[in-house]
Design a protein around this ligand. Structure first.
Ligand code: TYM
Length: 313
């Protein structure tokens, strides 16, 4: 029997190249080898204020993104989190064994609560418990995510082990799958921060629906480091980040990337990078309009039925 992977993304903001290279690209690469379940986590989105109509539209749009990225509904189960009630039910049970202290340590909570736990929503606080439920409901073996989700995965494993110890073997203990390159794509404007949907400075992120001109402009304006060499040098995070993006979108080895830019300046590097990113996103952008709402709804309905039947075992 195939091992199972589970992953998901929130239908908030616009998806960016970090989401694509850190997560979606790997989902597509793994879907042949694994029994794959990909969820649109709309309940997670409720942890911050949402307009219901916009959220519904964004949920459908995210399904479109999964498909355009190459997730194949014939191979993988794609569904909306709120269509399977068991996610919310298991969240309650796991919340009863989770500890306040371990949730308080979650760096994403600290970031999103912006230093004021007093005023943060309880949903934001217990967000990782819902994420643990997503994963554990399906006896998941492997969870492909970017680096920022690692701590949530550790909590998921701790909760599963605690539950199994106290109530008998119930949950598979999941492993995290974090890619070697691309697990934390940085902002083009500040390479100490991750590329993010919620960054106020849009110039920091390449969104999946940016046109060729916008992509070229953002890359041209991307900050660089002092020095001139274009190499994978961790002490020069801006160039390291841009070169990592180049490596991932071209599929070249580190050595080939460095050789390609040996003796070339930042200007030439940025124009080749922009061209490579545009080419990489082209097939995705062409496919994004291929699915109308009816086709999407049919795929999501089948996905929800499949997910419900697995979750209820
Ligand atoms: P979300 O929606 O913030 O992001 C979706 C995926 O994109 C990855 N990612 C990145 N990877 C590389 N570089 C970046 N700059 C970058 N930014 C985001 C994220 O790590 C993620 O894999 N809590 C999750 C959604 C979730 C989930 C789950 C994931 C809910 N339940 C169960 C896996 C399993 C989230 O908010 O992802």
């Amino acid at each position: 029997m195939k091992q199972r992977i589970f992953s998901g993304a929130q239908p908030t903001g616009r998806l960016h190249l970090g989401n694509y290279l850190g997560a979606l690209k790997n989902w597509v690469a793994l879907q042949d080898e694994y029994d794959s379940i990909f969820c649109i986590v709309n309940l997670h989105a409720l942890t911050l204020p949402q307009d219901p109509k916009t959220l519904r539209q964004k949920t459908l749009d995210l399904a479109r993104v999964y498909l355009a990225a190459g997730v194949d509904p014939e191979k993988a189960t794609i569904f909306i989190q709120s269509d399977v009630a068991a996610h919310a039910e298991l969240t309650w049970v796991l919340a009863c064994i989770a500890r306040m202290g371990e949730l308080e340590r979650m760096t994403q909570f600290k970031d999103k609560a912006k230093g004021s736990a007093e005023r943060a929503g309880v949903g934001l606080f217990s967000y990782p418990v819902l994420m643990a439920s997503d994963i554990l409901l399906y006896q998941t073996n492997l969870v492909p995510v970017g680096q920022d989700q690692k701590q949530h995965l550790e909590l998921t494993r701790d909760l599963a082990e605690r539950f199994n110890r106290d109530f008998g073997e119930t949950f598979t203990i999941p492993e995290v799958y974090i890619p070697k390159a691309g697990a934390r794509i940085k902002s083009l404007q500040d390479p100490t921060k991750k590329m993010s949907k919620s960054d106020e400075n849009e110039a920091g992120a390449i969104f999946l629906d940016d046109d060729a001109d916008t992509i070229a402009k953002k890359i041209k304006r991307a900050v660089t480091d002092s020095g001139t060499e274009i190499t994978f040098d961790e002490t020069r995070p801006a160039i390291h980040n841009l070169l990592t993006i180049y490596q991932l979108v071209t599929g070249k080895s580190e050595q080939e990337c460095v050789e390609n830019f040996s003796g070339k300046g930042y200007g030439q590097f940025k124009s080749e990078l922009a061209e490579a990113v545009v080419e990489y996103l082209r097939p995705f952008q062409e496919r994004i309009s291929a699915y109308d709402d009816d086709a999407l709804n049919a795929i999501l309905k089948t996905g929800a039925e499949k997910a419900r039947s697995i979750a209820s075992v």
